[in-house]
Design a protein around this ligand. Structure first.
Ligand code: CTP
Ligand code: MG
Length: 227
């Protein structure tokens, strides 16, 4: 089933501490951004990718697309101050229908099987997000003191991709913008309108490259040929 990707890549990578956008950091000699784009480039169901970039990184990214033979980026839009603003810019630039997938450029290890399942579930039900079950015991705490142990069976750690019927995502994004609501993922924008969102079980290796130790893990994953 076909889909289009909205990919925010306009962050600054503060927590990585590289002093520049972490998406240019390399894993096995290839920039993180090129790894992530490559997953979708290689998926015949992906119709196109709308990429949100920082204006001053546009030309470097254009060269990267050429170097790594990425042909599916159909539009590059200017990102915004927050991740949600960058995704909103991608949404505004899309003029089709069907299912769209929002995926962080900083998650290069997403598996095609998970993508395809997300698209299928979103086409049928409207919204589907990737998640994994919490492995550790989870507790609520206030000021470092435990208040309650949470029922782990009900807890999911949420990732991207997040897949939506386009009309639903567009409505949720517009409403959030008009109402000044800032969420931490697109699902929150859809949830607040009362729509139900399904979780598709993903894999623990779909990590977001956020801090230095994630890079170590990323190199190990690539070497172990588990990806
Ligand atoms: N992103 C974006 N526009 C922003 C902020 C983030 O497009 N204003 C993108 C990032 O490039 C990344 C994804 O959203 O692909 C997830 O964000 P995150 O992992 O938080 O990346 P950064 O914001 O770059 O990192 P940090 O929060 O550590 O500064
Ligand atoms: Mg961030």
């Amino acid at each position: 089933m076909e889909y289009t990707v909205m990919m925010p890549a306009a962050g600054s990578g503060q927590r990585m501490g590289a002093g520049y956008n972490k998406l240019f950091l390399k894993l096995e000699g290839k920039p993180i951004l090129a790894h992530t784009l490559g997953v979708f480039e290689g998926d015949s169901a992906c119709k196109g990718i709308i990429l949100a970039v920082k204006p001053d990184e546009r030309s470097v990214i254009e060269s990267m697309l050429e170097q790594f033979a990425i042909t599916k980026v159909t539009a590059m839009v200017d990102g915004g101050g927050e991740r949600q603003n960058s995704v909103a810019a991608c949404i505004r630039a899309y003029d089709g229908d069907g299912v769209v997938l929002v995926h962080d450029a900083a998650r290069p290890f997403i598996r095609r099987a998970v993508i395809n399942e997300l698209v299928k579930v979103a086409a049928e039900h409207g919204a589907a997000i990737a998640g994994v079950r919490a492995k550790d015991t989870m507790k609520f705490a206030s000021a470092g003191v435990v208040e309650e142990t949470v029922d782990r069976d009900m807890l999911w750690i949420i990732q991207t991709p997040q897949a939506f019927r386009y009309a639903l995502l567009q409505e949720a994004s517009t409403r959030a913008e008009v109402e000044g609501f800032l969420g931490t993922d697109e699902s929150m924008l859809v949830e607040r309108l009362g729509y139900s969102v399904r979780i598709v079980e993903s894999t623990y290796d779909n990590v977001k490259m956020t801090t230095q130790e994630d890079l170590v893990f990323g190199e190990i994953l690539l070497k172990s040929s588990r990806i």
